[in-house]
Design a protein around this ligand. Structure first.
Ligand code: NAD
Length: 271
């Protein structure tokens, strides 16, 4: 997991509504609607209050992180408490304040947990599924049936694995590429209709891409056309600004992953 920098997140709260409008133009749906698809929720759910608990262990609190997570959840009309207390005392404050789930992150894990009921959502998995759902819905919004379409997935870590799983569920064909060929091959072997490639992938041959790698500026202007759709959770963004001006590049550093974690937990709490 890459540790976010203060500069990755400092504008999120201020720009949430503007980013939501861009996201709707790109995918045809709100981030909440995509997160619900990624989590497999179709009907109504009674929202639960969420606690966001700052954690001081390891490298410590990223300034503004908990407040930003709270703002993202609040954007989806979730009653949210960012605890004044940190760590175990913060978790206790969330519990005593009636929160149904808690969001916590340290240097290794960013996850949401049910309080009082079993539920868990890992940020890597939620981000992979959320971005894959965003790509699939962006395709459908443009009249493209994802079934049978080749979708290049760059990076076979937790985010790429979850994205590949969602893509396979949609009956599209994941093409998995990683600098570590064995890792890509293992992931492809476990999924229907999946194939693997060794890096670098011939990017120009693909119209639909998910960049779940850690490499910046991997996808350049000459690799894309106006029809290309890139779902790019990677931090920093795997597509250059020039590529983003030509193609549709769906990228945000935190928002969709956090919203998908919330609805992933909600689904488990409803079951
Ligand atoms: N936007 C968000 O909300 C969000 C949330 C979680 C993670 N992320 C980001 O998503 C990315 C993936 O996360 P992860 O936990 O799966 O990371 P990871 O480090 O476990 O996996 C990344 C994989 O990409 C591969 N890779 C790196 N450069 C490559 C290249 N040029 N070509 C092919 N493969 C390459 C690596 O070998 C590795 O297997 C990271 O950049 C992470 O910071 C973003």
């Amino acid at each position: 997991m890459t540790r976010l920098l203060e500069s990755d997140i400092d504008v999120i709260e201020r720009q949430l509504q503007t980013y939501e409008e861009l996201f709707i133009r790109q995918t045809g749906h709100t981030m909440e609607a995509i997160a619900r698809k990624a989590a497999g929720i179709s009907g109504k759910v009674k929202r639960r209050k969420a606690g966001v608990v700052p954690v001081t262990s390891g490298l410590g609190v990223i300034s503004g992180f908990s407040r930003t997570v709270g703002a993202i959840l609040h954007h989806c009309q979730v009653e949210t408490l960012v605890t004044e207390e940190t760590d175990v005392a913060g978790l206790q404050q969330a519990y005593l304040s009636g929160c149904g789930m808690a969001f916590l992150a340290d240097d290794k894990v960013c996850a949401a947990f049910g309080i009082g009921q079993k539920a868990h959502s890992d940020n890597g998995e939620a981000t992979g599924r959320g971005y894959a759902a965003a790509l699939v819905e962006a395709m459908k919004t443009r009249g493209i049936d994802p079934a049978g379409e080749a979708i290049l997935i760059i990076g076979a870590g937790p985010v790429g694995q979850a994205a590949a799983g969602y893509i396979a569920e949609q009956k599209a064909s994941p093409v998995i590429c990683d600098l570590d060929v064995d890792k890509a091959a293992r992931l492809a072997a476990g999924l229907e209709d999946a194939v693997f490639l060794s890096a670098p992938a011939p990017l120009r041959e693909y119209r639909y891409l998910i960049d779940a790698s850690t490499s910046p500026d991997l996808i350049k202007e000459e690799d894309v056309t106006e029809e290309t759709i890139v779902a790019a959770p990677g931090m920093p963004c795997g597509a250059t600004e020039e590529a983003g001006r030509k193609a549709t590049v769906i990228h945000n550093p935190l928002e969709l992953g956090i919203i998908t974690m919330y609805f992933d937990c909600m689904k488990q709490l409803e079951e």
